[in-house]
Design a protein around this ligand. Structure first.
Ligand code: SAM
Ligand code: SF4
Ligand code: SF4
Length: 339
């Protein structure tokens, strides 16, 4: 890494740590597209037609990067839809990096080949996660509505890991924890270990659209904490895992801080507190003052308490600002350390 890039990395890291310490915005989910080539049972985005002409342009994304920079360095999760569908993805990553943020990305892995893997990491992507929900390829393909998707996802993990320009670039396998895959988690962690990547989970959320509730029907925390102790590759934060039983058995985790620590920006620039509440935007980042939007987000957070989900983006942001901080910081450093 050259000196300029190294200084930029250190500068952004310090500003991110300041965000952790002062309880500022830490992450932002940015839907750069809702288009997708899959038809997952657990997701609704593919059910509607989405016009690419209505999506944020590169200039829009530069404006968003600059406006968000007023709050500090933010982890911007390029989401979707399937983000690799955008053919200007490398430019998007470069722009968000240049405006002072850490762009990360979640993908179904379908469009990844050697060139794509190399180019998007070189463009400045800090971290990439590939979704794999089951150890059995047929079950994954069936959930994802796309034959061959498991093989392409595993291949994508291998290509990303092999093409990292820097040992600090993180590659994760990520699974949605549902009613029928708790028993797969250990095998998925072992597969991650074989590939050389780390492993994370995200609890199923049934808020997006009109989906069936597909949470596990029993307590999971003890089993997952045992796996975390056994496998250092399992990098989901302990405090996230500790709250899973409450989310599953009591129907939610209260005192949600999205709106203060996290926001969602959709494919047209509409700002909402989280991905589960896309239909309740507080305004549009391209048209309105960012500080006014923050005021509205804070207000929503304070006046409309919500406990309806325990998604990993919410769990991460809250964990990093809550006690015991030393434990979360130690685990976060372990998850991002050079490998
Ligand atoms: C919406 S997808 C976008 C990225 C990409 N298309 C993918 O599937 O990896 C982001 C993440 O949310 C997960 N996801 C989809 N539906 C979900 C749900 N109902 N609850 C929790 N996570 C969900 C996906 O598996 C993926 O890991
Ligand atoms: S691949 Fe991702 S965006 Fe596409 S349908 Fe599945 S979860 Fe939704
Ligand atoms: S608990 Fe928080 S993240 Fe979940 S739906 Fe409610 S506001 Fe959104």
């Amino acid at each position: 890494m050259n000196l300029g890039k190294e200084l930029h990395y250190q500068y952004r890291s310090l500003r991110l740590v300041r965000g952790f310490l002062t309880g500022r915005f830490i992450n932002c989910n940015l839907q750069i597209t809702y288009r997708c080539n899959f038809k997952c049972q657990i997701c609704d985005f593919w059910k509607r037609e989405h016009n690419p002409a209505e999506e944020l342009s590169l200039d829009d994304i530069r404006t968003i990067g600059r406006k968000l920079n007023e709050f500090g360095t933010i982890i911007i999760s390029l989401a979707g839809g399937e983000p690799l569908i955008r053919d200007d993805l490398c430019d998007i990553i470069t722009v968000l990096n240049a405006t002072g943020h850490f762009p990360i990305l979640i993908t179904n892995g379908w469009y990844v080949n050697e060139t794509v893997a190399r180019d998007i990491l070189k463009a400045g992507l800090q971290e990439i996660s590939v979704s794999v929900d089951y150890i059995d390829p047929a079950r994954h393909d069936s959930q994802r509505g796309c034959p061959g998707s498991w093989g392409r996802a595993v291949n994508a993990l291998e290509l990303f890991q092999k093409n990292r320009p820097d040992r600090r670039n993180r590659v994760h396998m990520i699974s949605v924890l549902m009613d029928d895959n708790l028993e797969d988690v250990e095998a998925l962690i072992k597969l991650s270990r074989e590939i050389g990547v780390t492993y994370m989970i995200n609890l199923h959320s049934w808020n997006r659209g009109a989906k069936a509730r597909r949470l596990p029907d029993k307590s999971v925390t003890r089993h997952l904490l045992d796996l975390k102790r056994k496998y250092p590759e399992f990098v989901t934060l302990t405090s996230y895992i500790e709250n899973l039983d409450q989310a599953i058995l009591q129907g939610g985790v209260g005192d949600c801080r999205t709106g203060r620590l996290l926001m969602n920006i959709d494919n047209c620039g509409n700002v909402a507190r989280c991905t589960e509440r896309l239909d309740e935007p507080v305004g549009n980042i391209l048209k309105e003052d960012i500080h006014e939007l923050r005021r509205r987000l804070w207000n929503v957070c304070d006046t409309q308490p919500c406990a309806q989900c325990w998604t990993s983006c919410r769990g991460f942001a809250e964990s990093m600002t809550k006690a015991p901080r030393w434990r979360q910081y130690k685990e976060f450093l372990h998850s991002v350390k050079p490998r």
